[in-house]
Every structure is written in C-alpha cells, then in structure tokens.
Design a protein around this ligand. Structure first.
Ligand code: GAL
Length: 681
C-alpha cells in the first residue's frame, strides 16, 4: 500500500465540529473561529453525520455552508479532516428506499432513527454514498485546508436482510467451494445440522441457528469483510480525486474494560486505512479501579492500535471532560485532561482530537463534554484545560512522527476471542481473554518496557519475547509460525486454554497439537474450570501464589518443571514449565495466577534481556514512563497516575520540553503531573 502521510508538522489538536447543527446561529459560527484560536486548536473534523444538511432532499445538494467553514478554517491557519456522511442517512432516504435500513438478527426490520443502522449490502445505499462522496471529493479535493478523509463513523454492527444473506452465501461459496467442505468445517451432522442446499444457510439468530460455532465464526468474518468492502466502495471517488490525501476511519474500544472493539476484526481493517485512528473514552476516576490500573488498560489498547500498522496513530475522539453514555458520566478532575492527553502521545498518538468542539443544544449529546459549553465562555475550566493542552502540544511538536520500538510482543487475536466467547465450556464469566492479556501487559507497563500488542499475522522474528496467553484458536499456520519463531531463538509464553481448536473452531484430534507438544515439551490433558470461590496454589521457586479460575492438567515430555500445583487431586503436578526448543525457549503457564506471580515471573525473564524502555528514571508505582524515539533522540513521557504528589529520580540530565529547561536529580510530580523529557541518543 502506498504510504500517505499527513501534510502537517503540528500535532493535531481540535476535533469533531458540527456547524451543520448551528446554521441558524450565525453569531455562534462566527464566534467558533475566535474560540478555536483561543483554545489553541487547529484541526477540525467536519461533516460527520451532516448528510441532511448536505443533501436536504434527494439530489438537492447544499455545499455553501461547508465551503464557507472550510475557507474560514483555512484562513485561520487550520486544517480539516473531512468526513463522508454515511454514518447516518437523511429521513427522505429511509422513507423512499426502505432497503437502506438494517434488519436485526431477530429478522425485525429497523425503522429510521438513531444512526449506524444502514445495510452494508443495499445497492441503493452504496449508490447514494458513492454520489455524495464523489461530490465531496470533486468539490474539496484540492481545498488547501483538506488534511485527511474520515470515512463514515465508527463502522460496526451487522444486517440480516435478504441481500446480506445472499452475500453471505456467496462469501461462503467462495470460501468452501462445496457443501461437503462447509459441512465438515461446521461439523454439520451435529444435531442434524447438515446443509444440503446453499439456500438453507442463514446468518446466526436468536430465533434460529446459534449453536453452530463454525457458522458464527464465519458470520463474524463475513461482517468484517462486508464492512471493509463497503468502506472500499466509499473511498473509490476519494482515491481518484485525491490520491495523496490519507484516509482513515475511526475505530473503537469496548469501554468498560477498554478491551478491543469486539465486532470487527481491526487487524484486517487496518490494512485498508492509511492511518489508524480511534476514539478513546476511559472512565477516569471511576469507583471500581485505581487510576493507575485504568491507565495500564489505556496503555494496552493504544499499543494495540499503534501496532496494527506499527506507526503513529491518531486519537480521533476523546472528551475534554465527561461523556454522556457511561453509566455515570463523571467529569475529569483538574490535571487529568493534560495527563490523559500526554498518555495518548506517549503511546504513539500524533493527535488529541475531541468529540466535540461545541456542545450541541438538543438531543442525546447535549450534555456530552465539549470544548465550548452552552455558555460559550472561554473562561470555563474545561476550555482552559483544552487550551493548556494546545500550548503543550505546540511545545512538544517535535515528537510527531516518532515511533516506539519494542522487543516484547503480546498477541491479541480477534478471531480467537470470537471463538472463545462462543465456546460453551469453561466458565461464562471468567474467560476474559482480553482482560488476561492486560494483566500480562501490566507486568511490562509497570516497568516502563515498551510492548507491541500484535495480531498473529504480524512478523514475530524481531521480538525477543512473545507472549501468547489464552490463544484458544490456533490454525496450523499460526502453530508453524510459533514453532519457527522459537526454533530460531525466540522466547514464547503460552498458557491455559491455548491451541484447543483450529481456524473453523474444530477441536484438534491429536490431543494438544503435536507441534505444540514439541515446542513446549508437554502434553495438555485437561482444563479444570474452577468456581469463582475456588482457589489452588502455585508452588514456584519456594514461593506460593494464588491460582483461580483455570488449571491445566498436563504431562511433561521433555520440559523442565518450574512450578507445581499445591492442592487438589493434581497436587504436585506440573503447573509452570520451560522447554528448550531449537535455539529458543517455550514457557507454559498452566493456571490463572494472581498478578504477583506474573510480575515475578516476567521480572526473571526481563533480567535476561535489554528491552527498550526507561532505565534512566526511577519512580514509585503509579508513575509510568513511556518512550518515543526519533533517529536522534529519545523522548520520555513521565506521568503520575496517582492522587498523590510523587518524587521521581532522574539519573541523567534531560531537557524538559514544556518548561524548556535542563533537569536532573529528584523532581516532584504534582498529582496527575507530567514531564516530557528529551535526551540525545
Ligand atoms: C463516539 C461517536 C461520536 C459521539 C461520541 C460520544 O462513539 O463517534 O459521534 O457520539 O461517541 O462520546
């Protein structure tokens, strides 16, 4: 794919701007420009959900308001990220062409309303989107303010209409060629589910088929492919008119635990965008976890989205205060906005963009945080916080385009997560695959070691250590890749609930796959699932750690035993092993341990390597140091994720970019305080 970069030397600061909601308020529109300058904001995303303002009736296009705003932003020295409006369609379209609306999984046709409820197959919807996208590209393709295209908004969901069913069948035909192959992959004879005609295939439904795991997995893959296909049609006119303008679409996370968005496989989607961007809404100051623990999760997900393309990404949306859709919508405490903004940059973002510039006056987002509140005042705390971030972004702009370098990778696989969540067995509430990865990541985050969170399709050879816990679904291809990695000198960690099914969710017949047995020098026999109150014990190097939820029962076949189970009928059996395989080592963690074990276990591994990360700054727990680097410099982001002042020790001399001074020795960080330190390489 051609590399398209942002034609902008500044870190982006600004966000979603909806002048289309304010066309009857000329004074407000005028004031926006004054306030934008005051807030040190320069980049605005225009046109998301603006279809009814752009085409109020069919074929009647109204671009004058957008012309005026694009020109005004340009004159102010700003840039525009221009959105295609397909995330929500005007009422006239749904009324005239009901096929554009989605059909739910229970086969109920949806009414017009909300947003994001269009069918990705509908030829009429695709045609209407193509027309308006072409007009936008023709009209604004050479506008000097145009920085990037923002395609639709947060693609997600699925449609189960007849058109989508037909496309699904076509997709399956091209994947399996014959019904025999499909029936084998889906284990058809089970409950008499053998398919004898392609027309019998229906997408999964709560009122129909929802027990055929191969079908469910294929449906999710199809939905990803279908969404990407829709996106690719959207961008045809944009690529024709503006071949050098980068294109993105905003990704999401599932917010409670900030785990990767579940319904689309972003590792596939990322191949088709020039720059990954995403919308990050952590529930800061919540009442169920400490700030530092949430900060770790924010680190994990940002490292995943950065690693998708192994290049800087963009925070397309975050809130300067609270949102409107968490269970409790708490506002950010003083200092948190700066801290969370710096954390985005520290993990590789080249932007801090907000949803939203101005609080809307009506409807569901009228109390969502915004830079400008209903009182239109620049004196507000939130406005001042945003301005302060703008000032800092100007001072640290040299970090733009710098990257992170990691020698540790954690594997996250969307498909494995889908399959595991569908698997009946284990325990409903405790599978928690992405949350488990966060715990492994945490051992490195606490020690300021840079980590890439990668998907199985990534190149692994450049990493000294690869963690692949709970990789339930492993194709032969993935197993062979891991085998080569260890054979060539890599260090691999696996765990309970790994390698149990193949790519169509069929169990392996050899027991644990033979190659895995060889790599790890063990043979997995059973997985014991514990009740929530059950506990076992890991006896490891004279220490004891708690185990809960899962215990793998396995035999060694050459591996050395590092730890054993302390209780139950498998007391004394191996629980943690290491195996020399080729030039590398393969570790197996049989039980789900408490965090203290992971921290100690990884500490011993870390001592064997020289991982990129912070070695020059010592600090207490809750302070995080993240590194970005250019060819000539290291940039250390020092961030206090605690509700206390903290002291850090700079063992070398640094230049602090925000206060513009040399510093070393002991430095006090205020509550939520940050430093951005530069050091020549
Ligand atoms: C995002 C969405 C925005 C806005 C925001 C509110 O998911 O893209 O349009 O609704 O949430 O937090």
């Amino acid at each position: 794919m051609t590399k398209r970069r942002l034609a902008e030397s500044r870190l982006l600061h600004g966000g979603d701007y909806n002048p289309d909601q304010w066309l009857q308020y000329p004074d407000i529109l005028k004031d926006d420009l004054r306030l934008m300058k005051l807030a040190k904001t320069t980049t605005f995303t225009l046109g998301v959900f603006a279809w009814s303002a752009l085409e109020p009736t069919e074929g009647n296009f109204q671009f004058e308001w957008l012309d005026e705003r694009m020109d005004a932003i340009h004159q102010m020295g700003g840039k525009v990220i221009l959105a295609t409006p397909s995330g929500a369609r005007p009422a006239w379209m749904s009324e005239k062409y009901p096929e554009v609306l989605r059909t739910a999984e229970n086969r109920q046709k949806l009414l017009h309303g909300g947003r994001h409820n269009h069918c990705f197959s509908s030829p009429i919807y695709r045609e209407k989107v193509a027309i308006i996208n072409r007009k936008l590209a023709e009209r604004y393709g050479s506008h000097p303010a145009l920085l990037m295209w923002h395609i639709s908004n947060e693609y997600g969901g699925d449609c189960h209409c007849d058109l989508c069913q037909e496309n699904f069948r076509t997709w399956l035909k091209s994947k399996y060629s014959t019904l025999d192959q499909l029936n084998h992959a889906w284990w058809g004879p089970f409950w008499s589910h053998t398919i004898t005609n392609w027309s019998q295939i229906e997408s999964p439904s709560s009122i129909g088929e929802n027990m055929v795991h191969g079908l469910t997995l294929d449906w999710k893959r199809f939905v990803t492919d279908q969404t990407i296909d829709f996106y690719q049609q959207e961008i045809i006119p944009l690529r024709e008119q503006t071949p050098n303008i980068p294109i993105t679409t905003n990704f999401m996370a599932d917010t409670h635990d900030l785990i990767p968005f579940q319904s689309l496989n972003y590792s596939e989607f990322a191949k088709h965008v020039d720059i990954v961007s995403w919308d990050c809404y952590p529930a800061w100051h919540n009442d169920w976890e400490e700030t530092k623990d949430l900060a770790m999760k924010v680190g994990f997900i940002n490292d995943l989205y950065r690693s998708l393309k192994q290049q800087p990404f963009l925070i397309m949306e975050c809130t300067p205060s609270g949102v409107n859709w968490h269970d409790v919508n708490k506002t950010k405490r003083p200092g948190m906005h700066m801290l969370s903004s710096m954390q985005f940059i520290a993990h590789g973002s080249d932007s801090v963009l907000y949803f939203q510039w101005r609080k809307s006056r009506g409807s569901s987002e009228k109390f969502h945080g915004a830079v400008v509140d209903h009182d239109n005042s620049e004196q507000n705390r939130v406005f001042q916080d945003v301005k302060a971030v703008g000032e800092v972004l100007e001072k640290i702009k040299e970090v733009k385009d710098t990257n992170k370098h990691a020698k540790v990778a954690i594997i996250y696989d969307w498909e494995s997560n889908w399959a595991l969540n569908d698997a009946q067995g284990f325990a409903k509430a405790t599978k928690q695959y992405p949350q488990t990865l966060q715990k492994h990541y945490s051992s490195f985050w606490k020690r300021d070691i840079s980590v890439d969170v990668v998907t199985p399709s990534h190149e692994l050879d450049k990493y000294d250590l690869v963690l692949a816990p709970m990789l339930y679904l492993m194709s032969e291809e993935i197993i062979t890749k891991l085998e080569k990695y260890v054979q060539n000198g890599g260090n691999l960690v696996s765990s309970y609930i790994s390698g149990l099914v193949n790519e169509t969710d069929l169990a392996y017949l050899s027991g644990w796959p033979t190659k895995l047995q060889n790599i790890f020098g063990i043979d997995v026999k059973e997985t014991d699932t514990l009740y929530p109150k059950d506990r076992n014990v890991l006896q490891y190097k004279g220490r004891h750690y708690e185990i809960k939820d899962y215990c793998t029962l396995f035999e060694t076949k050459g591996a050395s035993v590092l730890g054993t189970y302390g209780e139950d009928f498998y007391q004394g059996n191996p629980a943690v092993t290491v195996n020399d395989f080729g030039k590398g080592k393969a570790y197996f963690l049989g039980g789900r341990t408490e965090q203290a074990f992971l921290d100690d276990f990884y500490q011993e591994l870390i001592e064997n390597f020289n991982f990129p990360g912070n070695k020059a700054i010592s600090h207490p727990l809750g302070v995080s140091v993240q590194l970005r680097e250019s060819e000539t410099h290291h940039y250390y982001f020092v961030m206090n994720f605690t509700e206390k002042k903290q002291h850090v020790e700079l063992k070398e001399s640094f230049y602090e970019l925000v206060s513009e001074r040399d510093i070393n020795g002991e430095v006090e960080l205020p509550i939520y305080g940050t430093l951005v330190l530069r050091k020549e390489k």
